[in-house]
Write a protein that binds this ligand. Structure first.
Ligand code: HEM
Ligand code: HEM
Length: 171
């Protein structure tokens, strides 16, 4: 069993905030439609894939490293935090993978910081279908969920005074 600590480790804090910036950047640099084929949004690909790269050490550290006890251990707050964090993790993994898949369907070369990556599936004629819709909706959903998550963290910190924000701060 990993050791229990009172706050997140420095590595997790760095990964958390770097992921949050990458998600916001990926959302801001997102583009849709056929113009992507002529002029692929390379910044969107790189920031989006950075989210996937960052989730791996995060999950490993979660499994093997010391991890803080949840602020609320029982009741609705504990359940809400667990479900909210779980949904964020699903999106952190699902969004980059669906994006990569859609780009491949559109026949667009995906690259990560200039490094070309293989296609996940064969290119199709016309608009990409369901996965494209799913990617776009999930891309908007993660921002809404992260906004609600940030408001909860601020509420914990400044209304409940339980030091939640400090657990994810550098010092
Ligand atoms: C956290 C990561 C990501 C977020 C938040 C995100 C968000 C979005 C959003 C909101 C759109 C819709 C834009 C619009 O229609 O105006 C979009 C489209 C798209 N994204 Fe992402 N994305 C992410 C990661 C990726 C990755 C890693 C790739 C490829 C490697 C990618 C490839 C695409 C493509 C090809 C489209 C156009 C799809 C279409 O027109 O049907 N995305 N993304
Ligand atoms: C896209 C943006 C964000 C994502 C994807 C995200 C995701 C997560 C996840 C998955 C956790 C659980 C801990 C872990 O496994 O690392 C977490 C914890 C936390 N996040 Fe975020 N977060 C985002 C933005 C923010 C923002 C903007 C704030 C503050 C204003 C914030 C404050 C916190 C705090 C304080 C914790 C610790 C909660 C606790 O101890 O239970 N996060 N975040």
């Amino acid at each position: 069993m990993p050791k229990t600590i009172v706050r997140y480790s420095k590595s997790i804090v760095v990964i958390h905030w770097a992921s949050a910036i990458a998600v916001l950047g990926a959302w801001l640099s997102a583009e849709g439609g056929r113009k992507i084929v002529q002029d692929p949004p390379l910044l969107h690909f790189t920031l989006g894939l950075a989210v996937l790269v960052l989730v791996l050490p995060r999950l490993i550290l979660r499994l093997i490293g010391p991890w803080p006890e949840p602020v609320a251990r029982t009741g609705w707050l504990a359940l809400g935090a667990k479900m909210g964090h779980g949904a964020l993790y699903l999106l952190l993994i699902g969004l980059p993978l669906t994006g990569w898949y859609v780009a491949s369907q559109m026949g667009v070369q995906v690259s990560f910081a200039g490094l070309p990556l293989p296609a996940l599936t064969a290119a199709v004629q016309g608009r990409p279908g369901l996965i494209g819709e799913l990617h776009e909706n999930a891309g908007n959903l993660i921002l809404i969920l992260a906004g609600a998550h940030a408001l909860m963290a601020i509420w914990h910190q400044f209304v409940l005074h339980d030091g939640t924000l400090r657990r994810m701060s550098w010092r």
